[in-house]
Design a protein around this ligand. Structure first.
Ligand SMILES: [Zn+2]
Length: 391
């Protein structure tokens, strides 16, 4: 049984949680882990042994003696194990290394142009993540090389989960059908896990902000638009990996703008950052990118603000269907458009108008607050879960 298949209760005190308690300093011994998890000492010992055998934990033997044999202390190996993470966007990539508790060790942003194609873009980013792990920057005197345990990559397009292949992405010329997993396997020797960027945002935000909630929906509204779903505490991908992809759901719009998929009136063609740029230009407003749109909205430009409200209503309409159907505890909006107050206000208003009272009674509607590292945090957790599950 993998962690993905484990019952929810077992997941809360599974090997991953034990590792996280040690990595965060909450536990330094088997006794601490037994107390925190509620598991029996023998089960804790069994799981700790497995983690030690995998090199994910070590015993330092430096515990304080209380007169008898010195208790063995547990720690995440120093010089330690890290996971690499890449969160790829249309114009920028966030990349870094994170420790086994999911904390960022090093992170940086790189300009990329997705039109350069997968080999050029991914080749450079993979090399940089590997280099970061091999020769970390000196911070606080610690600069020992880390052992890279795996790399997680978020792609701003549909990813077939079983194969790691990209299928019919919008605005990513040259990427259709590209086998990201195979490309990476030829270049690095550690496991590489590929997923959609909205899924990684969902995982990162859920683990950081609301690990206690079992049912959550995260909308990523940036240049494109997508969502990630947490169901019963786990990322829900569906049969192929396309669960949560709301970009081509149809919304009421007159006129219905054409979409990159060949249809008209798709959510992405109405409410994404790219759609707002196009709509403003069509109205004669000289704006070059999403940053320019957000600046106009912040300055109270009436054209831009009206479009942001319209986008918020469109997102709210689709989200209302999702909320009625799925009954989440929290809905959170992330991505660069989440900072647009008029858009967020329209999402809220539409949800309250269109959802069943029972669905919204205790529903939290919020902004993703994890910051720019939310995607790499999700990517790291994906890898950590994989490493622990295969221990
Ligand atoms: Zn479409």
């Amino acid at each position: 049984m993998t962690i993905d298949d484990a019952p929810r209760d077992a997941l809360r005190s599974g090997p991953r949680e034990l590792l996280r308690w040690v990595a965060s300093g909450a536990a330094v011994s088997r006794a601490d882990l037994a107390r925190l998890s509620g598991l029996s000492p023998s089960t804790v010992s069994q799981r700790v042994e497995a983690l030690i055998n995998q090199g994910l934990l070590e015993e330092t033997g430096a515990g304080r003696s209380r007169g008898g044999r010195r208790p063995r202390q547990l720690a995440v190996p120093t010089g330690g194990a890290v996971v690499g993470a890449i969160d790829l966007g249309a114009h920028h990539a966030r990349l870094g290394t994170l420790d086994l508790s999911g904390r960022v060790v090093q992170a940086r942003t790189r300009s990329v142009s997705i039109e350069d194609g997968p080999e050029a873009v991914l080749g450079g980013l993979l090399a940089e993540v590997s280099a970061l792990a091999a020769a970390p920057e000196k911070t606080g005197g610690a600069s020992a090389a880390s052992v890279l345990r795996g790399i997680g990559i978020g792609i701003p397009g549909p990813v077939q989960h079983a194969t790691g292949r990209i299928v019919s992405p919008s605005r990513m010329p040259g990427w259709n059908g590209f086998d990201v997993a195979a490309f990476c396997a030829d270049r690095v020797e550690v496991p590489v896990i590929v997923d959609n960027d909205a899924n990684l945002m969902a995982l990162g935000a859920h683990r950081t902000a609301h690990p206690e909630l079992d049912h959550a929906v995260y909308i990523k509204a940036g240049t494109g638009i997508g969502s990630g779903v947490i169901s019963s505490g786990r990322l829900h991908r569906g049969a192929q990996g396309s669960a949560g992809d709301i970009s081509h759901c149809r919304v009421v719009a007159d006129p219905a703008p054409p979409c990159t998929c060949g249809n008209a009136g798709c959510l992405e063609a109405v409410a994404s950052g790219a759609a707002l740029v196009t709509a403003l230009r069509d109205q004669g407003v000289p704006v070059s990118d999403l940053t320019g749109v957000i600046r106009l909205i912040d300055d109270g430009d009436r054209h831009a603000t009206a479009l942001a409200r319209q986008a918020g209503r469109a997102i709210g309409e689709i989200l209302a269907v999702v909320v009625n159907f799925f009954n989440p505890q929290v809905v959170a909006i992330g991505g660069r458009l989440a900072d647009c107050e008029p858009l967020l206000a329209s999402v809220r208003a539409t949800l309250y108008e269109r959802c069943l009272p029972l669905a919204t009674q205790t529903l939290l509607i919020e902004r993703v607050t994890t910051g720019q590292d939310v995607g790499i945090t999700g990517a790291a957790h994906l890898v950590i879960d994989h490493v622990v599950a295969t221990s």
